[in-house]
Design a protein around this ligand. Structure first.
Ligand code: AR6
Length: 169
């Protein structure tokens, strides 16, 4: 079974155990996919996030999914791109790995990631895809859970990059 797949629909519509949010370290919402997830989940999500007291860059936190079809939301904080001089690749890999650890520890079967840091945070998309895919592939080789990882891709540039790397065209 192929354990990594691409989905180019709306992440807030996916019926998976968990969707990952590209959050910021306050965990109090924002634009991009973060705004879309909060709108779709409803105000209870922000209420739960307020109890968490933020999250450092490179880490992740778990909440319920409320009105989403996904049972859980894993809020991951990726790095702001700063020209590559701020250990961005390490921090991005760590955001993916922390999310996967939460999924594994809760025996989640399926988890969907947005392209963390490649929107408002300005991380170059191809470099981010290489880090994301390498980190997920290594984690799956070493762990039984999650069974399936979906890359939920919103923009054409990321879609082309992921298809090239994962599907060879
Ligand atoms: N639905 C699905 N994916 C989306 C949506 C959407 N509505 N909007 C953007 N994407 P971004 P970041 C994709 O900017 O770069 C927030 O304000 C987008 O194409 O959402 O990690 C947070 O609060 C890109 O591939 O997140 C933080 O402050 C991916 O989602 C900051 O933005 C991530 O883009 C985080 O910036």
């Amino acid at each position: 079974m192929e354990r990594m797949e691409i989905n180019n629909g709306d992440i807030t519509r996916l019926e998976v155990d968990a969707i990952v949010n590209a959050a910021n370290s306050t965990l109090l919402g924002g634009g991009g996919v973060d705004g879309a997830i909060h709108r779709a989940a409803g105000p209870e999500l922000l209420e739960e996030c307020r109890q968490l007291d933020g999250c450092p860059t490179g880490e992740a936190r778990l909440t319920k999914g409320y009105r989403l079809p996904a049972k859980w939301v894993i809020h991951a904080v990726g790095p702001v791109w700063n020209g590559g001089q701020g250990k961005e690749a390490e921090k991005l890999a760590s955001a993916y790995r922390s999310s996967l650890e939460i999924a594994r520890n809760h025996r989640m079967k399926s988890i969907a990631f947005p392209n963390i840091s490649t929107g408002i945070y300005g991380y170059p998309k191809e470099q981010a895809a290489i880090v994301a895919i390498r980190t997920v592939r290594k984690f799956l080789a070493e762990n039984e859970w999650p069974e399936k990882v979906i890359f939920a891709i919103f923009d054409q540039e990321n879609l082309t990059i992921y298809r090239e790397i994962l599907e060879g065209y």
